[in-house]
Write a protein that binds this ligand. Structure first.
Ligand SMILES: C[S@@+](CC[C@H](N)C(=O)[O-])C[C@H]1O[C@@H](n2cnc3c(N)ncnc32)[C@H](O)[C@@H]1O
Length: 261
């Protein structure tokens, strides 16, 4: 998505937030009545109190982060995410620290935080990070104490994961580094859900998966966990110590040091 394709949608209910977002992201602020003149394809704005990005010509809803209802709550209530928790290792009494270096919309981080992990999220895209920051803020201030508590275990840092990781001192190294790099578009990409198409348009292609894996393996204390489509090749052709496969995804675990029991 080029910068000219995305505009910030003016909304009288959030004048200051939208103005500072437009400034911060260096995007034009456009009155929704004048969208036709802007030739924009996507709009960043508030949709039912949540910051989101919407494909303007489409009937599909916006992409936004919501930890308080819908799928996130369902996964929390139904005890979803056992496989990702198993992939992290450690024990219930001793939850290791996790840095999620490809945070995206924070869904995996939220699952981990709901299982008691403290998660530092890193996100390179300033647009995605702004959606995630908004979702996190709403979760931290919502009426549900359980969600507040979970969101209290999640922190966001916007920037390049490489920069964050190389700046860590030995004392600051995380127990686990988790990564979920974007997959290259598959033959089924026409079927990819519309909201994910918008997400892909914001984030673009990723090409630094191999470098990231190398840095992660140098910086994690105990293990690096990589999420992949179940049948895809290992990231950077690097054979993991072991893998855990679910219906559609697989977690490749690169063990570095065993956890003390
Ligand atoms: C597939 S998405 C992750 C989805 C996420 N696991 C979730 O549950 O919502 C990958 C994300 O990682 C981010 N990313 C990729 N490379 C990065 C890097 N080097 N540093 C920081 N973020 C990165 C992309 O911008 C994108 O938002």
């Amino acid at each position: 998505m080029s910068r000219s394709e995305l505009v910030v949608l003016l909304d009288e209910s959030y004048p200051q937030q939208l103005q500072s977002l437009a400034q911060q992201l260096q995007l034009p602020l456009v009155n929704p009545d004048q969208l036709a003149d802007s030739h924009a394809e996507y709009g960043l704005g508030f949709f039912q109190q949540a910051l989101g990005v919407k494909e303007l010509a489409s009937k599909a809803g916006p992409v936004s982060v919501d930890f308080t209802s819908g799928t996130a709550a369902h996964r929390r209530n139904m005890g979803g995410g056992e496989l990702i928790v198993k992939a992290m290792g450690g024990s219930k009494q001793n939850r290791p620290s996790v840095v999620d270096i490809t945070a995206g919309l924070g869904r995996d981080s939220f699952v981990l935080a709901s299982w008691g992990f403290t998660v530092q999220m890193l996100e390179r895209s300033p647009i995605v990070a702004s959606l995630l920051a908004d979702g996190l803020r709403r979760a931290q201030h919502c009426e549900n104490f359980e969600v507040q508590d979970i969101a209290g275990r999640m922190q966001l840092w916007q920037g390049e994961a490489q920069d964050y990781l190389v700046a860590l001192s030995d004392e600051q190294l995380p127990d686990i580094i988790y990564m979920d790099p974007m997959f290259p578009p598959s033959k089924k990409s026409a079927l990819v859900k519309k909201d994910m198409r918008v997400f892909h348009a914001i984030v673009g292609k990723e090409q630094d998966g191999s470098e990231l894996l190398a840095t992660a393996r140098a910086k994690a204390r105990h293990r690096v966990v990589v999420k992949r489509p179940k049948k895809s090749a290992y990231l950077a052709d690097q054979q993991p110590s072991f893998s855990l496969a679910g219906k559609a995804v697989r977690f490749d675990i690169y063990s570095l040091r065993a956890f003390v029991k």
